[in-house]
Design a protein around this ligand. Structure first.
Ligand SMILES: Cc1cc2nc3c(=O)[nH]c(=O)nc-3n(C[C@H](O)[C@H](O)[C@H](O)COP(=O)(O)OP(=O)(O)OC[C@H]3O[C@@H](n4cnc5c(N)ncnc54)[C@H](O)[C@@H]3O)c2cc1C
Length: 416
């Protein structure tokens, strides 16, 4: 028997496995896929990993991509509105890391096994895993165990996706500012993002449509880009021209396209918080982490970062446990993990609604003062601090005052 069994080889399961291995805690990782299969899949997501996640990767010795091709140093933000648009640029300090998960996950998986980690490939059932371990951690990222981890209604305000997504790897877009990201906020309609990204075929751009359901940005999510690539691209360009013309101007139409057939993810994510732990029939317990516990809309770019944070926090709790990994341990662990995660959930859910007046005001101040813009964007690293700024007008005021007093607010990463 090994002590901990982890089901799932996404960022949450792999970082937990690597961290437990580093702490000499016996662990078995169950992965539905081999590292080669993870590398060969269609893209499912495009996670930007912020500084605290990269710092954890450094501690694990798996932070492998340090060239500027895999980094975003600044954001160009456009807030569209009826009375015109507000534009500003902001430095992201430190930069985020933007690596295709079909490179990232196989690398972490390979390191875990190269260091002697016990990995079992193929789907595994919860009861089967529970028989083999003191504690099972479910990090499988999906809803397949939703009967065991039902949605927590008090923490889950939505019953369906709040955005319909069509995101892919493209080439043929010029960058105004090297290694910068563009985000266009279109209140009531959704968002359009362009993010430089290190894809498995080299440097590329992620172009992402986040459509309010039923709105005009939804079309690319429903088109078959494999069957009719030209029709798909025509629609993408039409939407850019209509809703993000400054981005459309930077497209080189002769070169524009997906980097290869199939390099597109379409669909919707229903934000949900599930019960964090469950007592199993045989008397053992299971904890859920990552998307298996909390799924956020990707707009605030937090899901993978939260999965990494939770993996490390849980590893520390397991290492510090001086009693059985039973219901009392799981309840306590789940409460402690929620203490951090709730800020991510509240912020991510709030960002899906049109900005309230104090957030519009903050954007206006950021457009007028680069110190505020830089500090605001750099707070994406720190969901606790970010939610303190955005959750009420007083927080926004204090943040602005802090930026202009010493010009340094937000540069630190205080809560990780
Ligand atoms: C379009 C898009 C953009 C995003 N952008 C960002 C971003 O910028 N920043 C950010 O932080 N997050 C982002 N996210 C969210 C992020 O991708 C997820 O939160 C994160 O990948 C979740 O990781 P996970 O390890 O919890 O789950 P997953 O990534 O889903 O991994 C779970 C793994 O478990 C395996 N598995 C499933 N069932 C079993 C089983 N029974 N046995 C064994 N293995 C199993 C699966 O095959 C999978 O490999 C984005 C998501 C999307 C969709």
């Amino acid at each position: 028997m090994t002590r901990i069994g982890i089901i799932g080889s996404g960022i949450s399961g792999l970082q937990l496995a690597l961290r437990l291995q580093q702490l000499d805690i016996p662990v078995t990782l169950y992965s539905a896929h081999t590292a080669e299969e993870l590398a060969a899949a269609r893209p499912r997501n495009f996670p930007a990993r912020f500084a605290p996640t990269q710092a954890r990767e450094e501690r694990l010795g798996v932070h492998a991509w340090k060239s500027d091709d895999a980094r975003v140093h600044s954001w160009q933000i456009t807030l569209h509105g009826e009375g015109g648009q507000l534009e500003f640029a902001a430095a992201l300090t430190p930069p985020s890391s933007v690596v295709d998960f079909r490179l990232y996950l196989p690398h972490l998986f390979g390191e875990f096994t190269r260091r002697g980690g016990d990995a079992v490939v193929g789907p595994v059932g919860l009861d089967e895993a529970a028989r083999r371990h003191d504690l099972v951690v479910v990090a499988n990222g999906d809803r397949s165990m939703r009967d065991v981890f039902p949605a927590d209604a008090a923490r889950s305000p939505y019953t369906g996706p709040q955005r319909i997504l069509a995101s892919g790897f493209y080439h043929g877009i010029h960058e105004d500012v090297p290694h910068s990201l563009d985000i266009h906020f279109l209140p009531g309609i959704g968002e359009i993002l362009r993010i430089p990204f290190l894809s498995r075929l080299g440097p590329a751009h992620v172009l992402a449509f986040e459509a309010v359901p039923g709105g005009p940005l939804e079309a690319p999510a429903h088109l078959d880009a494999d069957a009719d690539p030209a029709g798909f691209l025509r629609e993408v360009l039409r939407l850019l021209a209509e809703h993000a013309p400054s981005l459309r101007e930077r497209v080189d139409t002769d070169r524009f396209g997906l980097i290869a057939p199939g390099e597109l993810a379409q669909g919707g994510v229903t934000p949900v918080v599930r019960r964090g732990w469950a007592a199993l029939a045989d008397g053992t317990c299971a904890l859920a982490i990552g998307d298996a516990w909390i799924t956020n809309d990707p707009l605030t770019a937090q899901g993978a970062n939260l999965g990494s944070h939770t993996a490390f926090a849980l590893a520390d709790l397991i290492a510090a446990a001086d009693g059985p990994l039973d219901a009392t341990f799981c309840q306590d662990a789940s409460d402690r993990l929620w203490d951090h995660a709730r800020h991510v959930v509240d912020w991510s859910n709030a960002f899906l609604a049109p900005p309230p007046p104090h957030v519009q005001g903050l954007f206006g101040r950021a457009a007028a003062d680069k110190r505020i813009a830089d500090a605001f964007v750099s707070r994406f690293h720190d969901p606790v601090a970010m939610w303190a700024v955005l959750s009420d007008p007083g927080g926004a005021e204090a943040f602005v005052a802090g930026c202009t007093d010493d010009g340094r607010a937000g540069a630190d990463v205080a809560h990780d």
